[in-house]
Design a protein around this ligand. Structure first.
Ligand code: 2IT
Length: 448
């Protein structure tokens, strides 16, 4: 490995010893781009790597809200404006009790290279709060979002930083956040947030975009091996917005999603989540706020495996679409034993670094999340374009662009890995392609 890369990774490990997720992504990305750093000794002269692993700006803020019984709660809000060299900071907000600086920084760092890969002009950012939306009333959610935006509004804007949803933040929350932004600023700037409702500037196909994009990427990967997606069985984890988009597209393409999972376990549906009723029921499950997938098994009379994850299931394709570090080395071993050929990450960093290496060494085609799930943020960028032009594109127009973007991401990854002599390596390729554009922009903009 490049000595400068090694030194920066080691420095991050020392300096941020209490941020394991951030260390993990830095190690993964920088290791991948080592051949690029070899080829560009000028990067070290301006200390590009230490600069790129340090957020341009990151802050916390107090979010105080009152619950329905009148009790006062105090949460920590975060926003990390990681890298703005190719566009306004762009990235989601995550509301989940485990949110901490390490998680926000890992998501922000991934977002830089994902956003660069899309080919669109968006920088990398991320934010959120250690707020638990589970079991909260609609009014409580609204009060929390209003309190959150009251603190954040001065630091965001259509040309500054454009948040969106992530776990715990969907269309409803974006609506409350935007309402408060508009009220405080007294200006119509709907390009400040993406994932909005259609009535005030949201984009058609944004809710489906991450899942659809993942399936378009998978189509490219299968095509490379002369295969058709039709008839393929897909085991996925998760049952949220992204899983829903995957199931909806699978239904259109004739692929079969045979598992879904939640914190309570996983369901196995041998016929596939392959009717409109089943796909729509996923929305109901999510909206219920119960956060359990057993409801699906009860409703459709399929098997439920309490407390288990679907990694032991036989399928053509595995798509972890739940959360970070869901697949560790013991799960990876199960996956290899089961003869799975395609491992398609959909959640951000769902695989530990050792499990990822093991899957690659075992000959699986491994598709990295920063490429696979980039369809979501891509359509967010298309939403920004529509907002700034004050017009609305049809669902077909958005879908066509999304398809093309995913194809370009796949091709750019393949080419980048090949040009550094790494063969067909989609993981390294995504990192190399995403990183090189950001590096070039930073080089050209001077030292700061
Ligand atoms: O992880 C992600 O890419 C997102 N949560 C979506 C970000 C966005 O700005 O749409």
């Amino acid at each position: 490995m490049n000595a400068y890369v090694e030194r920066v990774i080691s420095d991050v490990k020392t300096k941020h010893a209490d941020e394991p997720e951030f260390i993990q992504t830095v190690e993964e990305v920088l290791t991948s781009v080592s051949p690029l750093v070899d080829a560009h000794p000028e990067y070290e002269k301006v200390d590009l790597l230490h600069r790129i692993v340090e957020p341009e700006r990151m802050f916390t803020f107090r979010v105080v809200w009152t619950d329905d019984s009148g009790k006062v709660h105090t949460n920590i809000g975060y926003r990390c404006q990681f890298n703005g060299s190719i566009g306004p900071y762009k990235g989601g907000l995550r509301f989940q009790p485990n949110v901490n600086p390490s998680i926000i920084k890992f998501l922000g760092f991934e977002q830089i290279f994902k956003n660069s890969l899309t080919g669109l002009p968006i920088g990398g950012g991320k934010g959120g709060a250690d707020f638990d939306p589970t079991g909260k009333s609609d009014l409580e959610i609204m009060h929390f979002c209003q309190a959150y935006m009251t603190e954040l509004y001065r630091y965001v804007g259509p040309d500054i930083d454009v948040p969106a949803g992530d776990m715990g933040v969907g269309k409803r929350e974006i609506g409350y956040l935007f309402g408060q932004y508009r009220k405080i600023k007294g200006v119509w700037q709907n390009g400040v947030l993406t994932g909005k409702g259609l009535s005030y500037g949201g984009s058609l196909t944004r809710p489906e975009a991450t899942g659809y994009g993942a399936m378009y990427y998978l189509e490219q990967v299968l095509k490379h091996d002369g295969l058709d997606i039709k008839g393929k069985t897909i085991a996925i984890s998760g049952f949220g917005n992204v899983a829903w988009g995957i199931c909806k597209k699978a239904l259109q393409l004739g692929a079969k999603v045979i598992t879904l999972s939640g914190p309570d376990g996983y369901i196995y549906d041998p016929d596939g989540v392959s009717t409109e009723e089943k796909v729509n029921y996923m929305l109901e499950m999510r909206a219920s706020g119960r956060n359990r997938v057993q409801d699906y098994a009860d409703k459709f009379g399929v098997q439920f495996f309490p407390g288990e994850k679907p990694w032991g299931v036989k399928a053509d394709v595995l798509m972890p679409a739940a959360t970070q570090n869901d697949v560790k080395i013991d799960s990876a071993e199960k996956i290899v034993k089961n003869g799975i050929k395609y491992y398609v990450e959909v959640a951000n960093m769902p695989t530990t670094n050792d499990a990822l290496k093991f899957l690659q060494k075992s000959g699986l085609t491994v598709c990295p999340s920063k490429a696979v799930n980039a369809g979501g943020v891509s359509v967010s960028a298309l939403e920004m374009s529509q907002n700034s032009e004050r017009l609305v594109w049809t669902a077909e127009e958005v879908d066509e662009r999304l398809k093309l973007i995913m194809k370009n991401i796949y091709n750019a990854s393949v080419e980048a890995a090949e040009s550094y002599g790494l063969g067909y390596n989609l993981v390294a390729g995504a990192n190399l392609a995403g990183f090189s554009k950001v590096a070039e922009a930073m080089m050209e903009q001077g030292i700061f």
